[in-house]
Design a protein around this ligand. Structure first.
Ligand SMILES: *Cc1c(COP(=O)(O)O)cnc(C)c1O
Length: 238
């Protein structure tokens, strides 16, 4: 193994150790248990050997953004006891490539996409768990449902028998201030609880996926059950 790769592996080990410590601290500060928060390694642009190193360090959740990249890398990964989730935008014409291949599609951002996944799963006797992506900052540049649309959307999606909604995912706006980002995360948690209280068929609010390298501590303070960390594990992407 090259010196450079050894050094990279060491950095990944150190980053994961430090993240786990910080997650435990943030959970404690929030009066939560450390094991209420799962750590996903986001692996876009990361080569398989580095992903396998993260898995060797205890990572059991992998998030990929692009279908093609996911399918290319999946065969080189040590996936025993490891789940892969799709976290990037999914075009309806790629549903057939990914439905049934991943544990969770976190980035369902339209009713059309939900219907398409359901249709494909029905035809192939599959069942797919999904999260609904919420555009909590109501940004033009971002995908996802607006929070005020969710009430109607969730009732329709609940009727689709071959998918089940397991929770919500968001990427909030970039914020300078910690208090500002916390208010977006806090709004997400309110939406999450509101939907949970409806007790709909095929809908359970068990995963609240929010928080990335720069803001996962705030997300944990506000109730995240899954954080998605890329550069904080593997270093900056180019
Ligand atoms: C890239 C990405 C992340 C991780 O971002 P980092 O800032 O590198 O931690 C998390 N979620 C989604 C949807 C992403 O695309």
């Amino acid at each position: 193994m090259t010196e450079k790769l050894l050094h990279k592996f060491q950095t990944i080990d150190d980053n994961i150790k430090r993240l786990n410590e910080n997650i435990a601290k943030a959970a404690l500060n929030a009066g939560r248990k450390e094991n209420e928060v799962s750590l996903m390694a986001v692996t876009k642009t990361v080569p398989p050997e580095e992903i396998n190193q993260a898995i060797a360090c205890g990572i059991s959740l992998i998030g990929e953004n692009r279908v093609q990249e996911l399918l290319t890398k999946i065969k080189h990964l040590n996936l025993e006891n490891v789940q892969i989730h799709l976290i990037g935008h999914l075009q309806t014409n790629k549903v057939k490539k990914v439905a049934g291949e991943v544990e969770l599609i976190q980035s369902v951002d339209s009713i059309k996409l939900a219907r398409e996944i359901n249709k494909f799963c029905q035809k192939n006797s599959l069942h797919q768990k999904i999260l609904l992506e919420v555009n909590i900052g109501e940004e033009e540049s971002k995908k996802g449902f607006l929070s005020h649309e969710l009430d109607e959307v969730i009732h329709e999606i609940a009727t689709l028998s071959h998918i089940s909604v397991e929770g919500l995912m968001t990427i909030p706006p970039f914020c300078e201030k910690s208090s500002e980002i916390r208010s977006y995360f806090s709004n997400m948690r309110k939406v999450f609880i509101d939907i949970d209280e409806k007790k709909l068929d095929n809908v359970s609010m068990s995963v609240l996926s929010m928080g990335m390298s720069g803001d996962y501590e705030e997300a944990i303070m506000e109730g995240a059950t899954m954080i998605r960390v890329g550069s904080g594990i593997f270093g900056a992407r180019n």
